[in-house]
Structure formats: structure tokens, C-alpha cells
Design a protein around this ligand. Structure first.
Ligand code: ADP
Ligand code: MG
Length: 701
């Protein structure tokens, strides 16, 4: 990251995007025909001519070198869920023993990192280890740490997808194709649609010096022990509260760094939990949003260190207060600028909107399993259904205004076939949906918020690529079924009316406008037959259900083998995460907590002896010594239990059985150890307790 010298010196518009090879820079620097050709690739998805690529590469290199750049990297998103990069310098030797800076079209378009060390979930065994990265020209290249970053997709040489980006790009093509079919039926001239996403990112900031004293934060990103602080979030004083100076300085620099990278960081505020904050960017195209969100998370961590802070992106850093998520605001818009989830002002737009809405309702109902598993991770399991984030049951909130319209539609009051008009609808036009009424229910996982849907179940640390790939594909699937039926219809309007009524009738069970945190919803959802996959291990195996394999293969988003490999990777990752957490707990309990407890017990016993020999009553010390000794014994037993359970994991069986074992057996043993250790903390002097407490971490920022 370059030094932050711009603040206060230049205006934001002057430096916004200065480290991005963006549209404006391309227009300025590329020959007209080359720029046009690239634009065609970007907007129409056509292949790039190799000669054109050479010119773009050289221009990109010159631009970067002027900014002090020496290296380039193909930046990709392997199945680790993190981004990956391998840096090459531009240097190329000359005959006279010197170097020149060179960058060819071939190097821009294709890279060949060794794929063998990334998780491939069985693909590696069956296929060649070598993979390649391919430039995604629709996501702009950027400069970070004196390096030119080229966003790419990552595949094996036999074509299997090894990353999270490629399926997202495929899903965007798929939804575009199907949406255009529908639009055509409504007389639209749009030739392409893109999905757009605005991901709101939550995070915690803690003091680096305190963080460094906690092995759990260092190894796992969350606290594995910790009694509640006397104060939590009960006063509701942190949400939108005054921002502390140190945090404000952090946010200022974060904005500046993000703006230089062309990321539209827009809103920053304190969140519900103490030390919790949020950054919301302005939405952009899904793949760019996914790349920018990955970059945002990285920059958030880096900037924090410069302020003596650590940015925690884990879904549940602290028990007892809210964890962090990522709201995925999602919509679809056409290349002629229409937002398809905007109800519109005239009857034709209204009915087109209702068609897309019906497709989404159907998609969520039919594929609740996929949406749920797209947000599944060990970290997110702590939040979903814990009354701080939506439940694990997938449902849609539409709000009362839209509900009335859907009801009227279903009963046939809404749409009547008119003789003269093409689209006749019961009311003049749909009312405007004021944002404050549509956005009120924060407990729904999938809420209509006026002109977009907000999917609120995502975890804070995960890429948004997987969720958006699934969202795009399932909606494409509904649209395809609609288009197949409507294209062949003799009377389009009549058939559409029938289709909408049928769809609402069949899938309205997924609509729920009530309180998603209420315990009665769990029962009600079960009555409605909606799935409730409580944990990652319940959800993820559904990836390879027959209906899902069929859909993904039909759209060529994933092959069956790719789905199997992904399932295995997620389950293995889950087991590994819990394993690391268990090992870290054992380490802390054996080397820090139990020794502290024993030190405290000894101190008390010494005091008992001293008092006794002085002829003073030692009843209090003795009582406390007994209590501490009993807790120490409890900790020791819980350590042995967890040790034993952990050894048992080796015999659990395949990836799914192992993940289940970690969930049901290891995790339970971890909870027991934590409970008794946290109790000890509440009676141990601060001078003896071996690491910073919840109060220290959350209130001393
Ligand atoms: P809030 O949810 O905090 O009330 P908004 O609803 O205004 O705020 O916006 C939340 C997020 O939704 C922002 O990131 C915004 O850019 C994004 N957003 C707005 N319109 C769209 C759209 N058409 N597609 C995707 N995201 C959108
Ligand atoms: Mg929001």
C-alpha cells in the first residue's frame, strides 16, 4: 500500500481510482480500435484478439511502471476462500547485460501457477495438477504494493474449475441469457443483463497489543474462551453511535485506500456490538463486487495494523454479542439501464417486474438448500438462527404492500385479460414501495427492499462469489422454465397470467413477513415443509442432490465432479477449522488457564496457612480455595475429554462423517471445556488471569 499522502492534499474525485486501469485510463491510453475491441469483449463477452492483447498489455505495463510498479501478478480465488497471487517482475534481459521492462499479451491473458497445492477435493487425483489463470477483462486491473494485479479465473488444464470466480462468471452468462428471453417477450430490446451486488461488510477492531496476547484470536480469528464483560450491547448505545477518534482515523484511511482502488466505499458506521463496525460500498457488477469485496477485506486488515489495531473478519469473534455478517444486496439490470427489480411506473413494467419477482420466489423455494449451503461455514454456524442473524430457514420477506398485490394476483383480482390492451392489471400502476416500509424487517434472510433483494445470511469472512453464483443460477433456472412455457404460448398474456397465479400458489409458502427470530417460526416453517439445515454439515451434502446436479450441469456452471469436489472441500475445511480451534483450546487450557487456576489455588492455600498460624480465621480463603480447586479439576477433566474426543476424529470415516463427528462430538467437548474455564475466569484476580478479557478487547480500542 502506498503512503497515504493524498488525504487533505487532493480532492477525492482527483485520486479516486488512481490505482486502477479503469475505463477512463484505457480510453486515454489505448489506440481507439484496441479500446473498442476491449469494450466489445467486456460488454458482449467476445474473445480477445491476441494482437489486441499485446497492445493492452504493453499499455498497462507502461501505465504501471510510471507509478513505480515492478511486478505483476495474476490474482485468483482458489477454493481456500482466500485470494492467491504469485508475483513476477516485468524485467527481461537484453544482449548488453541490462534489462528492459516487458509484459506481453500472452502474459496478461494466461498464467500458469502450480495448482497442486490448492484444495481441489479429489480433482487433483483424477486430473492433471497443472492449472492456468485466465484474465477476466470485465474486472479492472489495479496496483497494490508496487505490483500490477490482474483479476483472473483459475482452471485446471482439463477444464475443471479450481476457483470461486469462474462459476460466478458462468452464472452471470446463464442468467443473462434466460432473462433476455423473458425480456424479449415483453418487447424489450435489451441484449444482455448483468447482476449487481452491493455487499455490506461488518467487522470488529481490537487493539493489536491485546490481540497479540490471545492465541485463540491469532490462530482462529475468534475467542474460544472468555467470560461476558459486565457490559455488552444491551444499552444499544453502539449502533450508529459516535465513532471513536482512533476508529475514525482508521475509517478515513480505509476509505482513502479503497477509493484509490476504485472501490465505492460509501457508508461507515458503528454496528450493534461494542467494537463492531460496518462499511457499505455502492453496488456494482457481481464479479467486480466479488473481487472488490475480497480486496476490501484485505485492505481492512492492512490498514488496521497501521493504526495499532487488528481487524477481525470472523463471523463470531465474541460469544454473547452479535457476530459479523455481510448483506448481499442483489439486483438485475439490463444493458439499456433498466433495473428489473424496480416495480416501475406503468402497467407493462409492473407485470414484467412481477414476472421476475415470481421467478425469484420460485427459485428461493425450490433451492433453499443451495442458498443455505452457499453461506455455510464453521464461523457462520454460530450466527444463523441465534437471534442475531436470520434463521437457517430460507424465506422471503416482501412487505405488506407487495404482499397485498401477490394476494390479489393469486385470487385473480389483479390481472384480467383485456381485449385491446396487451397487459392489463387491476390497478393503474403498482404503488411505489417506500424503502422504510420494505426494509423494516431485519430478521428475514431474503428481503425485498424496494428495488433489490437483500440476502442477509452471508458470513463476514467468506467470499460473496459462491452465493452469487448460486443466486444467479437458481433464478436463471426459474426464468428458463418461464421462457420455455411462454415462448410457445398462443396467447402470451393469458399464459403469463396463468403462470404467475400458479407460481404464487405453489411457492407462497416461502414468503414470510413475520419475525424470523421468533421460536414459533421454526415450527411454522416445519409445517410449511421448509427445510431448516441448522449447521454446515446438515446443509453442504445437498450440493450433490440430483435436482442440483441436473440444474448445474444443464447450465454448465458446475459438472457433477466439480460439485462433489466442492462438497468435499467445504466439509474438510469445516473439520479442519474445528480441529484447529480444539487444539488451540487445549493449548490455552493446559499452558495458560490451568496453570493460572493452580497459581490462584496455591496463593489461597498459602494465605490459609499464614492466617491459621497467626490464629486468624481463614474460612473465606478456604472456601474460595475449595471452589477454585474444584474448577481446576473440572478443567482438567474437560481437557482429557476433549483430548480423547479429538483422537477419535481419525476413525470417523469419510469427509461427511468426519465433519459430523467434529460438529456433534468435538464441538460439544469444546463447549464443556469453555464453560468451566469461563467460570474460573469470573473469580480469578486480573493479575493472575493469563490473557486480556472480553472487557479489555471490546472496550479498550
Ligand atoms: P441500507 O440497507 O443500509 O438501508 P441501502 O438500501 O441504500 O442502505 O443500500 C444498501 C446497499 O444496497 C448498498 O451497498 C447499495 O449500493 C446497494 N444497492 C442499491 N441498489 C442496488 C442494486 N440495484 N443492486 C445491487 N445493490 C444495490
Ligand atoms: Mg442493508
Amino acid at each position: 500500500m502506498s503512503e497515504s499522502t493524498v488525504q487533505g492534499i487532493k480532492n477525492v474525485p482527483d485520486y479516486f481510482g488512481c490505482n486502477v486501469f479503469n475505463e477512463e485510463t484505457m480510453k486515454q491510453r489505448l489506440p481507439k480500435n484496441v479500446y473498442k475491441s476491449l469494450l466489445k469483449t467486456k460488454t458482449m463477452g467476445t474473445a480477445l484478439d491476441p494482437d489486441v492483447a499485446d497492445v493492452i498489455a504493453a499499455t498497462m505495463k507502461d501505465w504501471a511502471v510510471e507509478k513505480g510498479v515492478t511486478h505483476y501478478t495474476h490474482w485468483f480465488h482458489p477454493m481456500t476462500g482466500l485470494s492467491a497471487e504469485k508475483h513476477d517482475s516485468f524485467i527481461s534481459p537484453t544482449d548488453d547485460g541490462k534489462v528492459i521492462m516487458e509484459f506481453s499479451g500472452k502474459e496478461l491473458i494466461k498464467g500458469e501457477p502450480d495448482a497442486s497445492s490448492f484444495p481441489s477435493g479429489g480433482l487433483r487425483a483424477t486430473f492433471e495438477a497443472r492449472g492456468y489463470t485466465a484474465w477476466d477483462p470485465t474486472s479492472p486491473a489495479f496496483i497494490k504494493d508496487n505490483t500490477l494485479y490482474i483479476p483472473t479465473a483459475f482452471c485446471s488444464y482439463t477444464g475443471e474449475v479450481l476457483d470461486k470466480k469462474t462459476p460466478l462468471l458462468r452464472s452471470m452468462e446463464v442468467i443473462s441469457e434466460q432473462a433476455v428471453r423473458i425480456l424479449k417477450l415483453f418487447g424489450s430490446k435489451a441484449t444482455r443483463v448483468t447482476t449487481t451486488v452491493g455487499p455490506e461488510q461488518e467487522y470488529f477492531l481490537v487493539d493489536k497489543k491485546l490481540y497479540d496476547q490471545r492465541k485463540d484470536l491469532i490462530y482462529t480469528g475468534r475467542t474460544l474462551f472468555g467470560a461476558k464483560a459486565p457490559k455488552g450491547q444491551e444499552l444499544e448505545d453502539h449502533y450508529f453511535g459516535n465513532i471513536k477518534t482512533r476508529v475514525h482515523d482508521y475509517m478515513t484511511e480505509l476509505d482513502e485506500e479503497l477509493w484509490k482502488l476504485g472501490i465505492y466505499s460509501k457508508t461507515e458506521h458503528n454496528e450493534v456490538a461494542p467494537a463492531q463496525h460496518e462499511m457499505a460500498p455502492i453496488f456494482t457488477t457481481s464479479n467486480v463486487a466479488a473481487d472488490q469485496n475480497a480486496l476490501t477485506m484485505e485492505i481492512m486488515k492492512k490498514v488496521a495494523l497501521k493504526h495499532g489495531l487488528v481487524c477481525l473478519l470472523h463471523e463470531k469473534p465474541f460469544a454473547g454479542v452479535n457476530g459479523s455478517g455481510k448483506h448481499n444486496n442483489w439486483s438485475i439490470s439490463t444493458n439499456d439501464g433498466q433495473n428489473l427489480l424496480d416495480p416501475g411506473k406503468n402497467p407493462k413494467d409492473n407485470i414484467q417486474f412481477l414476472t421476475f419477482l415470481a421467478a425469484i420466489i420460485k427459485a428461493v423455494d425450490e433451492n433453499a438448500d443451495l442458498l443455505r449451503l452457499s453461506v455455510a461455514s464453521a464461523g457462520n454456524d454460530h450466527r444463523l438462527g441465534a437471534n442475531e442473524a436470520p434463521p437457517a430457514i430460507m424465506s422471503i420477506f416482501v412487505g405488506s404492500e407487495l404482499q397485498q398485490i401477490l394476494d390479489a394476483l393469486e385470487t385473480g383480482e389483479m390481472i384480467k385479460s383485456g381485449a385491446n390492451e396487451e397487459f392489463v392489471i387491476g390497478v393503474e400502476a403498482l404503488p411505489n414501495f417506500p424503502k422504510d416500509t420494505t426494509d423494516r424487517n431485519r430478521t428475514s434472510p431474503f428481503a425485498f427492499t424496494g428495488n433489490k433483494f437483500e440476502f442477509r445470511s452471508l458470513g463476514s469472512s467468506e467470499t460473496i462469489a459462491c452465493t452469487n453464483c448460486i443466486l444467479n443460477t437458481i433464478v436463471a433456472n426459474s426464468l428458463k422454465e418461464f421462457a420455455d412455457r411462454l415462448e410457445g404460448a398462443e396467447d402470451f398474456t393469458a399464459e403469463l397470467n396463468k403462470l404467475l397465479v400458479e407460481t404464487i400458489k405453489k411457492h407462497k409458502r416461502v414468503i414470510f413477513n413475520g419475525n424470523g427470530y421468533d421460536a414459533s417460526w421454526v415450527e411454522e416453517a416445519a409445517r410449511r415443509g421448509l427445510p431448516n439445515y441448522v449447521s454446515t454439515v446438515d446443509a453442504v451434502p445437498h450440493y450433490t442432490d440430483e435436482k442440483n446436479v441436473k440444474m448445474f450441469e444443464m447450465f454448465k456452471v458446475y459438472t457433477k465432479t466439480e460439485l462433489e469436489s466442492r462438497t468435499e472441500i467445504i466439509l474438510e475445511n469445516y473439520s479442519k477449522v474445528i480441529n484447529i480451534e480444539a487444539l488451540t483450546m487445549l493449548d490455552m487450557a493446559k499452558k495458560q488457564i490451568l496453570p493460572a487456576g493452580m497459581e490462584f489455588a496455591k496463593e489461597l492455600c498459602d494465605s490459609v496457612n499464614a492466617k491459621k498460624s497467626a490464629g486468624v480465621s481463614a474460612d473465606l480463603e478456604k472456601k474460595l480455595a475449595d471452589k477454585v480447586t474444584a474448577l481446576n479439576a473440572g478443567i482438567s477433566e474437560a481437557i482429557d475429554e476433549l483430548d480423547t474426543k479429538l483422537i477419535g476424529a481419525g476413525d470417523a470415516g469419510d469427509a461427511e462423517a468426519t465433519a459430523k463427528y467434529y460438529r456433534n462430538t468435538v464441538f460439544a467437548a469444546m463447549q464443556s471445556l469453555r464453560a468451566v474455564a469461563d467460570e474460573l475466569e469470573t473469580i480469578t484476580p486480573e493479575t493472575i488471569w493469563p490473557f486480556p478479557t472480553y472487557g479489555d478487547l471490546m472496550f479498550r480500542v
